[in-house]
Ligand binder design. Structure first.
Ligand code: SF4
Length: 102
């Protein structure tokens, strides 16, 4: 009985491979035409975003999976909907801010 339970659990190696697959598919991008450089994304997730010359970008070294919840919050807070995030567990485009400008 306990042997059946143990074989159903993923091994550490299986978990790590799954995490790597997810990380490879995670993608966060900024639409430079929509970005206003107001740094809301940086304030929300400074480990992921940086703003230089009024244009946001994603840090090369950012661990997207680790900071997923902060990234999703940044997507929601971006006033222009410039941030798009997609994740390995979904083929659909991630939530994109739809805030209407006045
Ligand atoms: S919150 Fe949106 S508009 Fe503001 S700097 Fe970040 S990406 Fe650009």
């Amino acid at each position: 009985m306990s042997g059946q339970y143990l074989t159903a659990m993923p091994t550490t190696g299986q978990r790590r491979r799954a995490e790597k697959r997810m990380a490879r598919r995670a993608k966060v991008s900024i639409d430079p035409d929509a970005c206003q450089g107001n740094s809301q994304c940086y304030v929300t997730a400074p480990q992921v975003f940086e703003v230089v010359d009024d244009l946001s970008s994603v840090r090369d070294e950012a661990d997207l999976e680790y900071h997923r919840s902060a990234i999703e919050e940044a997507v929601r807070r971006c006033p222009t909907g410039a941030i798009t995030a997609t994740w390995g567990d979904s083929e659909e485009e991630g939530a994109k801010a739809k805030t209407q400008l006045p």
